[in-house]
Design a protein around this ligand. Sequence first.
Ligand code: PBG
Length: 324
Amino acid sequence: MAFPLQRPRRLRGSEVMRAMMRETHLSLDDFIYPMFAIYGNDVKNPVPSMPGVFQLSVENLVKECGEVVRLGIKAIIVFGIPETKDEVASGAYDQNGIVQQAVRAIKKEFPDLYVITDVCLCEYTSHGHCGMIEGEKILNDPTLHYLAETALSHAAAGADMVAPSDMMDGRVGAIREKLDTHGFKDIPIMAYSAKFSSAFYGPFRDVAESAPQFGDRRSYQMDPANGDEAIRETGLDIEEGADIVMVKPALPYLDIVRRVKDEFNMPVAAYNVSGEYSMVKAAALNGWIDEKRIVLEALTGIKRAGADMILTYHAKDAARWLAE
Ligand code: PBG
């Protein structure tokens, strides 16, 4: 029954046929572009390990959003670099914190740009961990209150969606309850559900200035070796009220993206993280790879694996290439 009856190449003979057969389509609707807000005036700090990514003061961030909108990107995720850090991450839930200021300014100028905020404490704690600490122990339950307050302050500033990335147990439920009891029932939660303890976050920690000052994140982020656990984690976040579940990083975890999609039939986001971006950029700057083809292939692969949306630093470039 196979060859010579079956000839798969019949369907690849022309561009019309290839287009008709194409199963996966990248679209501007898929992209969420990460951006970094920092205090100051007219600040635009390049990040050496992430060419094309900048720490931006609020007015420059708003200006950059103009470019993002012009390119047809519809959603961003905002991270903040605070002026000062302390043990209890005060800058994270300060009404006038850097993310809160940035969100207000962006929504004022671009009300239709969909603004997601990353809810975490590691950029704001002096020790760089995603929770409260006692000695060198990262505490779970006492952290939930601070995460919920952070999410609430983001919603109050006008964020369209919140995205907890801390990996504490029970945080999605705590955030949902806090939002619901304060009039934000309609603000969705995109949970970083299957978030692995990954070396691919290295460059992000340069830009977000969020490297842990002692130890590592392995007591809260997941072991890269574990797939079943990723399914259990994701199931718990859904039970607690997550509207969208995320797998992070993306490319080394495409099996997890597929399993999560098949298991739950939920909207799935994949985070094509900083290290994945830096490796492509480094090779491209050396002239070793065809950046455009590599990026579009990688993003298509993430989508084919089951992601409905992709958080990616390549979004602006990809938007330009898709428009060609
Ligand atoms: C905060 C957070 C991290 C990333 C997103 N949110 C870093 C970390 O967990 O250390 C990583 C994003 C990236 O690498 O692009 N917890």
